[in-house]
Design a protein around this ligand. Structure first.
Ligand code: NDP
Length: 319
């Protein structure tokens, strides 16, 4: 079976490609620059890649650039989307590639009669920003949709980009009869296959690099291998549909640093919060749907340890 993974060299995508190759698929991976060894060498080193991995150039904002790549594929895993904070121009850097890029890829899928299902890497960012206050007793599930106006008011541009992209994807898919499934992970951590740091790995590296403070945030956390498996099972399971939230646990940074300190007593983790406000509340996330897909969520502590061990192994930090 032939499938396509957009943004194939990225953190999550690389694990999806690895799993697909292990399961015998022929994978067409798209990248903006297939000649960049930092984005491709780790993919070329995967088992099965010499026989069944082909890499293609495509840009999210280049209309039609996915047409020929997607033609002949049974499934398209659309993971490519910029993920970083503090853009200079949120519209150009984050929102356009996320929203127009998703519609560009879906437009190619619509034209290709071979495509049976599209799996979109969305995010918990597209789920949790609502008017409902969060607290440890609240259970968030797939019926919750982030409200764009609230993301905009908070200047959460990445969150807004993911919210608008998922909304646009559902509308386009309904209007054009595309079988769409979204995977909505929170902060994804674990071992890196690629040599570079993505945003979620940077967050862990920050915490173990002796910063003065931790931020007053509570994030959900999930293991990258679980996220990759969810993508593949969402294609392989005929009854899969709709959205799948993926969070093992929501943890405030004050707790994350305590867990790191317990695991690595010599690491200089921050002891102070960046502000004097009350701590951002934690909340629960339903795991009913993701469990029904056959994914067991790795405990946060294990994922955190895997992430830190990998950062040590790759020489980003030493202790
Ligand atoms: P990476 O930064 O590792 O990967 C992002 C990918 O997006 C890269 O492969 C990059 O491709 C591609 N991309 C960005 N802009 C463009 C563009 N204009 N045209 C084509 N490709 C583009 O990130 P992650 O693996 O962390 O994220 C992958 C997906 O998962 C994203 O959709 C992100 O929103 C989502 N996600 C990530 C979470 C996390 O904690 N990491 C949490 C929840 C969702 P190229 O190689 O060509 O530069």
């Amino acid at each position: 079976k032939v499938v396509c993974v957009t943004g194939a060299g990225g953190f999550i995508a690389s694990w999806i490609v690895k799993l697909l190759l292990e399961r015998g698929y022929t994978v067409r991976g798209t990248l903006r620059d297939p000649a960049d060894p930092k984005k491709t060498e780790h993919l070329r080193g995967l088992d099965g890649s010499s026989e069944r991995l082909q890499l293609f150039k495509a840009d999210l904002l280049d209309e039609g650039s996915f047409d020929a790549i997607v033609e002949g594929c049974e499934c398209v895993f659309h993971t490519a989307s910029p993920f970083y904070n503090n853009p200079e121009d949120p519209q150009v850097e984050l929102i356009d590639p996320a929203v127009k890029g998703t519609l560009n890829v879906l437009g190619s899928c619509k034209k290709a009669s071979s495509v049976k299902r599209v799996i979109l890497t969305s995010s918990m960012a597209a789920v949790v920003i609502t008017e409902k206050p969060l607290s440890p007793d609240v259970v968030v599930d797939e019926t919750s949709y982030s409200i764009p106006e609230l993301c905009e008011k908070a200047k959460e541009w990445y969150v807004l980009s993911k919210t608008l992209a998922e909304q646009a994807a559902w509308k386009f898919s309904k209007d054009n009869g595309i079988d769409l499934v979204t995977i909505n992970p929170a902060m994804v951590i674990g071992p890196l296959l690629q040599p570079t740091l993505n945003t979620s790995a940077q967050i862990i590296l920050y915490l173990i690099s002796g910063p003065p403070v931790y931020l007053n945030y509570s994030f959900g956390w999930v293991n990258v291998k679980d996220v990759a498996l969810a993508h593949v099972l969402a294609f392989e399971t005929p009854s899969a549909s709709g959205r799948y939230c993926m969070v093992d646990k929501v943890v405030h940074f004050s707790e994350v640093v305590k867990i790191i300190k317990d695991m690595y007593p010599s690491v200089p983790v921050p002891e102070k919060c960046a502000d004097d406000e009350p701590f951002a509340p934690t909340y629960q996330v339903s795991r009913d749907r993701i469990t029904s897909l056959g994914v067991e969520l790795t405990p946060f502590e294990t994922s955190l340890k895997e992430a830190i061990e990998c950062l040590k192994e790759k020489g980003f930090v030493s202790f």
